[in-house]
Ligand binder design. Structure first.
Ligand SMILES: [Mg+2]
Length: 167
């Protein structure tokens, strides 16, 4: 049971994770969260940093799909300019978003990792589907109230956990 909440790795920021590190870990596809993983929740567009990161992944032949619980408008507005595949209203941790993403990438589960900031959506969802979850620190602590409530329940699981700058 406890294992379902155990990520494969704790990393400070998604931008610390390089294509080389991924390949070393046998990871050739990424399922990415948006809110508080790539940008703060209130940021509508991907900035320069995200563009460069996604391009770097593409150039290194790491496949990427955005899987977000966000609404259609939020997710589309963010992803379309990035020219990246996306799934909105994914209902992580339970929905079929991760299965769809795996099919889009045409990889096996053990070649894919999910990167996100939430234990009860990204990490639990990944573990339930046999996809390695990488937990990163949320970008901005100013979050919607329902997320802040979830953070209270995350705390006991994250006690004494050390976040690193690499995978
Ligand atoms: Mg998030």
């Amino acid at each position: 049971m406890k294992k379902l909440f155990e990520p494969y790795a704790y990393v400070n920021s998604i931008f610390d994770i390089t294509p080389e590190m991924l390949k070393k870990n046998g990871i050739y596809g990424l399922i990415l969260d948006i809110d508080n993983t790539l940008v703060a929740t209130n940021v509508k567009e991907a900035g320069e940093k995200v563009y460069r990161y996604i391009k770097d992944l593409k150039d290194s032949r790491i496949k990427t799909v955005i899987v977000s619980n966000g609404r259609k408008h939020r997710v589309e507005e963010f992803c379309k300019p990035l020219e990246i595949e996306y799934i909105y209203k994914a209902y992580k941790p339970l929905g079929r978003g991760f299965d769809k993403a795996i099919r889009i990438m045409d990889l096996s589960r053990d070649q894919v990792a999910v990167i996100g900031d939430q234990l009860f959506t990204d990490v639990l969802g990944g573990n339930l589907k046999g996809i390695r979850p990488i937990l990163i620190k949320p970008i901005d602590p100013d979050e919607p109230i329902f997320v802040r409530i979830k953070r209270i329940f995350e705390k006991p699981f994250l006690k004494k956990k050390e976040y690193k700058d690499k995978l």
